[in-house]
Write a protein that binds this ligand. Structure first.
Ligand SMILES: [Zn+2]
Length: 73
């Protein structure tokens, strides 16, 4: 993952961050999950056996554009 980025839309400086998921009892960093979502009665979505990666999201300080990366763990 790049350490510093320029915005592909406007060339402004981008800041690293992450997006939040609301989960039961709090919040967590959003994850990328392989495949399409399948509903599960117990957990909301079936995640068993799926690849999951943390997502890093960069935000342009000038125009607000978001760019996300899910690098291999
Ligand atoms: Zn921008």
């Amino acid at each position: 993952m790049p350490q510093a980025r320029d915005c592909p839309k406007c060339g402004g400086a981008m800041a690293e961050g992450f997006t939040l998921d609301k989960i039961q009892g709090g919040v967590a960093a959003a994850s990328w999950v392989e495949g399409t979502p399948e509903k599960s009665f117990w957990t909301g979505l079936k995640l068993k056996g799926r690849a999951r990666l943390d997502i890093a999201t960069w935000r342009c300080r000038r125009c607000g554009y978001l760019e996300s990366y899910a690098p291999d763990a």
